[in-house]
Design a protein around this ligand. Structure first.
Ligand SMILES: Nc1ncnc2c1ncn2[C@@H]1O[C@H](COP(=O)(O)OP(=O)(O)O)[C@@H](O)[C@H]1O
Ligand SMILES: CC(=O)N[C@@H](CCC(=O)OP(=O)(O)O)C(=O)O
Length: 256
């Protein structure tokens, strides 16, 4: 069996297509066990607006007061996670939703409490438990909420959380699902991207906004254990007849 970690961004959760779920099923048919990790940034934003709570981002991370943390957990665990589990089940995929501070699925530590508040980075992943669920044929759907020191919970950027999980599970593939076809350059899809190109595109501003944590997390997971990392769209098929779509990270440029 092969393992794949699929991170689904909040930008596309409401727009996931039938072809996306078909690609998931095709992966499973071809021997992949899938672990799902999700974001929910836009849904958190609209709940914060409804409740008239202000929040800001610093370097792509949400500055998270105690009040913002409670709302982020409420939305991620109470709404986004539930919706995804139901969508998977309606497409015939047996899934279980878990808030990742439960059972120490994700342990995290503050990044910089003074500047960012309750924001964490993953320090450990309960990989045996995740693997056990997969072995039972249940697809785990995980929030990016980690258990911090002294029983606090911490808000973890979902790209960072997924990257840490992919590394801990030594996943054969790591897919980052978003609302665009992959990494674009002047409107054209880049089918491959090397680390060097990614760094210069970030410097030049070609890669900006939410694509920055995605590409840096993708690069971060791209290791001796995780050899295949893709950034793909959730609006269409990303895998069909053994072919992968979107942008794949490569060590060096592939010439075709
Ligand atoms: N070079 C790029 N190629 C593609 N998308 C980019 C690029 N630079 C910035 N983006 C933006 O990144 C967005 C995806 O990031 P984000 O909205 O945070 O997604 P998610 O919720 O899936 O994590 C795209 O919708 C696009 O607006
Ligand atoms: C610390 C931090 O920024 N946490 C994110 C967690 C959700 C997330 O990352 O969602 P997307 O994948 O949709 O961006 C947040 O509060 O928005």
């Amino acid at each position: 069996m092969k393992t794949a970690v699929v991170k689904c961004g909040g930008s596309v959760i409401g727009e996931l297509s039938d072809s996306f779920f078909q690609s998931m099923k095709e992966m499973m048919k071809n021997g992949y066990r899938i672990v799902f990790v999700h974001g929910g940034g836009p849904e958190i934003n609209s709940m914060l607006e409804k409740l008239h709570v202000k929040s800001e981002f610093k370097d792509g991370l949400r500055v998270t007061s105690k009040e913002v943390l409670d709302i982020a957990e409420l939305v991620l665990a109470g709404s986004t996670n539930r919706k995804l589990v139901r969508m998977l089940q309606s497409h015939g995929i047996e899934a279980i939703g878990i808030n990742s501070s439960d059972h120490r699925i994700l342990q995290a530590d503050f990044i910089n409490q003074d500047e960012l508040g309750y924001v964490g980075d993953v320090t450990s992943v309960h990989q045996e438990f995740i693997q056990n669920l997969c072995e039972q044929g249940v697809l785990p759907v995980l929030t990016p909420i980690g258990l911090g020191p002294n029983h606090t919970i911490l808000n973890v950027n979902a790209d960072h959380a997924a990257s840490a999980i992919a590394k801990a599970l030594q996943a054969d593939r790591f897919l980052m699902v978003t609302d665009v076809d992959g990494v674009l350059h002047k409107g054209e899809l880049l089918s491959t991207l090397t680390e060097k190109e990614a760094n210069s595109f970030i410097k030049e501003g070609v890669i900006n906004g939410g694509m920055i944590p995605k590409v840096t997390s993708a690069l971060n997971a791209f290791s001796e254990y995780v050899n295949h990392v893709h950034i793909v769209s959730g609006k269409k098929s990303f895998y069909n007849a053994g072919k992968w779509y979107g942008t794949e990270l490569t060590k060096e440029k592939v010439t075709v």
